[in-house]
Design a protein around this ligand. Structure first.
Ligand code: ARG
Length: 472
């Protein structure tokens, strides 16, 4: 845990960096109300990274001497080390992470520190810092998505032959394999991964050099700074550079879709662990009990993930609303972008981690799943398809099977449990080979094409997935 604290006391170096034109001190409440240091201290590393690159550039174009550059880099490095160790008292009087760091730098290295802000503004600084930060977070989120996908593929392979009822309208529809179901989740995450990469591409443009809004009169070399910071290029328009937060919105939208997916997975896990479904077991270490009902084992992790989806959607709406009425260019409103963004990243990483840790250890209960599949006439479509193969038009086959199902409901038996004579009451084209398609195994094995639920296809998709994940 960070020992960094936020203080309101005033040290010599804490005089306002913009105090020149002001005749009285800032109101104490307003000072705290307008400060962002309580949360933007999280960007200290990226702020320093940006400042080092900016200083390198100022030296390259002849604005800083070699000695000044060395002093600035050493000073910033010492602040970075202190911040990482939690040894910095962040100051509310210094408002935000940028001025806290700059004031400390000058305090430590003297006059060279005062030259660092040449040709830049906090407006292009913050726009750069968040991009640097979010870019790193996206990379980490990508590795967590990959880890979850790997877990799903391993379960899919293990359970490629395990049969459960597939549902439409939450009514038993047709038999499917558990592996096929896991691979459906895999596909959703594959799109999620792509969406984040796509968003990262548009994010990776450097605003630094836009200065306050119009650019700067110094002979800056933005290509050089962009390269140092691993950005693809400098932004093309300084007004847009400082005020664009599309990338934060795009990220939060992508995060919302991921949460929507995790919430759907969660809903299924909650249903499947219930006594009514009883399809799976979650290991005890991912569940909690009830303080009053001794028998309870609750699926808290999926429930909480489902619940946390709302706060991420909330952040998306916050950011969209934050931006909707802002005239160009920078407005103080933008300071409100950080907390929703930070919360989105923290929430998403926590949820992905919980799922990635838990999913490989899900235990299936094949007998319960079979029982459920046998209760809903899950192979009715297979019987219709069989009749079609024997020459009957599909609409007629649908009618015949409907009658057979009605008989099954009345006599309390599945289609596969009826005798040949019973089945033949509904159509005389039915012969002994009908039982090959009426079994659950026969039904899933028959769906043997790209995207089908047959075990063979599940294993093939798992192979494709494994090479795709290994190639990341
Ligand atoms: N704390 C500000 C933010 O988060 C940094 C930029 C402030 N710029 C300004 N001109 N007040 O957006």
């Amino acid at each position: 845990m960070s020992k960094n604290t936020v203080e309101t006391n005033t040290k010599a170096f804490e005089n306002k960096l913009w105090g020149g034109r002001f005749a009285e001190d800032t109101d104490a409440f307003v000072e705290a109300f307008t400060a962002s240091i309580t949360f933007d201290q999280r960007l200290a590393n990226q702020d320093i990274q940006g400042s080092v690159a900016h200083a390198e550039m100022l030296h390259k174009v002849g604005i800083l001497t070699a000695q000044e550059l060395t002093d600035i880099k050493e000073g910033l490095e010492s602040i970075r080390v202190d911040a990482e160790a939690g040894n910095i008292e962040w100051s509310i009087a210094l408002e935000d992470v940028h001025m806290n760091i700059e004031a400390r730098l000058t305090d430590r290295i003297g006059i060279a520190g005062k030259k660092l802000h040449t040709g830049r503004s906090r407006n292009d600084q913050i726009a750069t810092d968040i991009r640097l930060w979010l870019r790193e977070q996206i990379d980490f989120i990508g590795t967590e998505i990959t880890r979850l996908q790997q877990g799903l593929v391993s379960v899919a392979e293990r359970e490629a032959h395990t049969i459960l009822p597939g549902f439409t309208h939450l009514q038993v529809a047709q038999p499917i394999t558990f592996g096929h179901h896991m691979m459906a989740w895999y596909e959703m995450l594959e799109r999620d991964f792509d969406r984040l990469q796509d968003c990262r591409k548009r994010m990776n443009v450097m605003p630094l050099g836009s200065a306050a809004l119009a650019g700067t009169s110094y002979p800056i070399d933005r290509e050089f700074t962009a390269k140092l910071l691993d950005f693809d290029r400098p932004s093309n328009n300084s007004l847009d550079g400082v005020s664009d937060r599309d990338f934060a919105i795009e990220f939060t939208a992508a995060a919302s879709v991921i949460m929507m997916h995790l919430s759907r997975f969660s809903e299924e896990l909650v249903l499947w662990t219930s006594a009514q479904f009883d399809f799976i077991n979650l290991p005890d270490r991912f569940c909690t009990g009830s303080s009053i009902m001794p028998q309870k084992k609750n699926p808290d992790v999926p429930e909480l993930v489902r619940g946390k989806t709302g706060r991420v959607y909330g952040s998306l709406i916050s950011l969209m609303t934050l931006m909707k009425s802002q005239p160009l260019a920078y407005n103080k409103d933008n300071q409100e972008d950080k907390e929703p963004l930070f919360d989105t990243v923290d929430t998403l990483i926590g949820c992905l981690r919980a799922f990635a840790d838990m999913m490989p250890h899900v235990e299936t209960k094949p007998e319960s799943m079979r029982r459920a599949a046998m209760q809903g006439f899950a192979t009715a479509t297979d019987l219709a398809d069989y009749l079609v193969v024997k020459g009957m038009p599909f609409r007629d086959a649908h009618e015949v099977v409907g009658k057979a199902v009605a008989f099954g409901v009345e006599s309390k038996q599945d289609l596969s449990e009826m005798t040949l004579a019973e089945l033949q009451q509904f159509s005389d084209v039915i012969t002994d080979d009908v039982f090959d398609v009426l079994t659950l195994e026969g039904s899933v094995a028959a769906r043997n094409h790209i995207g089908g639920t047959a075990p063979e296809q599940v294993l093939a998709q798992a192979e494709i997935a494994k090479s795709a994940l290994a190639a990341r």
